[in-house]
Design a protein around this ligand. Structure first.
Ligand code: NAI
Length: 284
């Protein structure tokens, strides 16, 4: 199947990031979210990031933001993705929200269309099971900023077909990315491991062992990581990190995933990280 148009559901941190990547690679994008206000903010950020990404990654195809703007349609009406060739879903990390979306997408989209689920921890098999096309449902765990990442974690649900995996490989090749394929267990590889780092780093700060800066510097300057665990939590969004830890805790029934109370307090205080202007750090 030829993929030229992609329905991106959810225009938050990841929807925006993936829309930028798709526009750089010549796809038509239909971006869906709940309100015109969210979509306007998403559009502004997408345009800013098109300019910024071209400066950071010189190998990206040259695109003119005005032309890119013509390749993106913004809508609050989910059925407008009905003609898209592929779906990448990035709504809130909440099973009830995702379930509702997939039941509707299954009715709206052509039968041959595949669904890429961008989730931190929710089971791809469970998502597939609420559709009549579980073979065409696959996890696509993009990381932010998507356009700068050469690979993504691709998750095979219990019923995901070989044809779907092949199609996703071809699609990703057009986006100059490679798939790293893993099995479907909660948190997959990346979040099962990284959320332990982020959560324990939050406990370290709560216990006043070190400041956020000191924790992150140890990871960057001693281990050679590009970002520290608390900067990463801010970039992901503290609310998303908390939701993911709760899914991991529930799924494995393992206390090692108990969410640090300080992270919950930050969410209650609206300190969600980069997207709200303040998390462990303040953003200008
Ligand atoms: P976010 O909270 O920034 O954005 C979610 C968006 O979904 C919001 O704009 C919200 O209005 C929209 N939404 C909620 N219900 C909707 C509906 N019924 N129809 C249309 N839009 C709806 O969340 P974020 O960070 O973008 O995460 C999205 C998904 O991607 C989550 O499942 C998350 O676990 C996953 N993810 C997040 C990463 C990150 O770095 N933030 C990395 C990889 C995956």
């Amino acid at each position: 199947m030829n993929i030229t148009s992609v329905g991106v559901i959810g225009g938050g941190v990841m929807g925006r990031s993936i829309a930028v990547d798709l526009l750089f690679h010549g796809f038509q994008v239909v971006l869906v979210d709940l309100s015109g206000e969210i979509l306007d903010a998403a559009f502004q950020e997408i345009m800013r990031n098109i300019r910024f990404s071209a400066l950071v990654k010189k190998s990206l195809p040259l695109i003119n933001p005005e032309e890119a703007a013509q390749n993106i349609q913004l809508t609050t009406v989910l059925s407008e993705v009905g003609q898209c060739d592929f779906i990448i879903e990035n709504v809130t990390e909440d099973w009830a929200v995702k379930e509702g979306i997939y039941r509707k997408l299954d009715e709206i989209c052509r039968p041959e269309v595949c669904f890429g689920v961008n989730t931190s921890c929710i089971s791809i098999t469970k998502v597939g099971s609420v559709t009549g096309r579980s073979g065409q449902v696959i996890g696509m765990h993009f990381m932010n900023p998507a356009v700068l990442k050469p690979s993504i974690e691709v998750i095979k649900g219990y019923y995901t077909s070989e044809a779907t995996i092949q199609l996703v490989n071809q699609f990703l090749a057009l986006m100059e990315k490679e798939a790293i394929i893993v099995e479907d267990l909660p948190g997959f590889v990346s979040n099962r491991v990284s959320h332990l780092f982020m959560n324990e780093a939050a406990f370290v700060v709560m216990d006043q062992v070190a400041s956020p800066e000191a924790v992150d510097r140890i990871f960057k300057q001693c281990y050679g990581h590009k970002m520290g665990p608390l900067e990463t939590a801010d970039l992901i969004g503290i609310d998303t990190v908390v939701k993911s830890l709760d899914v991991l805790y529930e799924s494995y029934q393992d206390s090692k995933f108990r969410c640090c109370p300080m992270l919950r307090k930050m969410v209650d205080a609206g300190r969600l990280g980069k997207k709200s202007g303040q998390g462990f750090y303040v953003y200008g």
